[in-house]
Design a protein around this ligand. Structure first.
Ligand SMILES: C[S@@+](CC[C@H](N)C(=O)[O-])C[C@H]1O[C@@H](n2cnc3c(N)ncnc32)[C@H](O)[C@@H]1O
Length: 239
């Protein structure tokens, strides 16, 4: 778990670049307390034994029908709204940025949500431990586009991650991706449609240019629109 003491934009962790900064503005005292008091019970902890799996359903009550994962939830507004709208679903959110984690916990407190768990770190450490077909939906919304060519290998959407999402999502489930960057949009589409186990749902432009009703706006999307960029919303069926 991040200690929160690191601050450089890109931290080289093990053999890879960590995507983002772990702590930005100093947290208000109330948020700091919220993290201290609530995160221990909400945090997903990885099994200590090497090679052990983590069944995401075990994190929720037996009545939970399915588990959805949101990668890089930012301020957590989309995740919290989805959790409120889908009380039978267990939600795992992954976000290494502690201000975002505190913001999600605030939303959960305000809306009295009990179906949310948090992995407050790099999702790439969590994914390999989850069993095949253990999720029903994965959302990666407005992931960092890493526009420079020499940084494209840092993009979270790669052929390998698409294959990993396919392994994790049960047949009949869904993958959701969003971006406001036209070049990243082409990159995402090329990789997701190259995988035979995913089918893009779009029949026409409005299916990806207009945000679906069951897809609450994220903070990043609002900012992108304010700045005149046009977001794209991609939904893929897991075959
Ligand atoms: C551009 S922001 C978008 C945030 C949010 N989804 C939204 O739309 O407002 C991308 C987020 O992904 C997070 N992120 C980047 N790499 C990640 C990783 N490997 N695991 C989990 N989160 C990651 C970043 O910390 C950042 O909050």
């Amino acid at each position: 778990m991040p200690t929160g003491k690191e601050n450089p934009e890109n931290i080289v962790q093990r053999d890879r670049v960590f995507y983002g900064r772990r702590r930005g503005r100093r947290l208000r005292a109330g948020m700091e307390t919220l993290l201290e008091e609530r995160l221990p019970e909400l945090a997903v902890t990885l099994p200590a034994e090497p090679g052990a799996a983590l069944d995401p359903a075990s994190l929720f009550p037996d009545s939970t029908k399915e588990v959805w994962l949101e990668i890089g939830f930012g301020g957590g507004e989309h995740l919290a709204a989805q959790a409120a709208a889908n009380p039978d679903v267990g939600f795992i959110g992954s976000e290494p940025f502690m201000n975002g984690v505190a913001s999600l916990i605030r939303h959960c407190e305000d809306q009295a949500l009990s179906n949310v768990r948090v992995y407050p770190d790099d999702v790439r450490d969590l994914l390999p431990l989850l069993p095949d077909g253990s999720l029903t939906r994965i959302a990666v919304l407005f992931a960092d586009p890493w526009p420079k060519k020499r940084h494209h290998s840092r993009r979270i959407i790669q052929h390998e991650s698409i294959a990993e999402f396919h392994r994790l999502i049960a047949p009949g489930g869904e993958l959701r991706l969003a971006t406001d960057d036209i070049r990243y949009l082409r990159w995402m589409l090329a990789r997701a449609t190259a995988h035979r186990g995913f089918r893009w749902q779009a029949q026409g432009p409005s299916d990806w240019r207009v945000r679906p009703e069951d897809w609450p706006e994220t903070r990043y999307e609002a900012k992108a629109r304010e700045q005149g960029r046009r977001p794209a919303f991609l939904r893929f069926d897991r075959l």
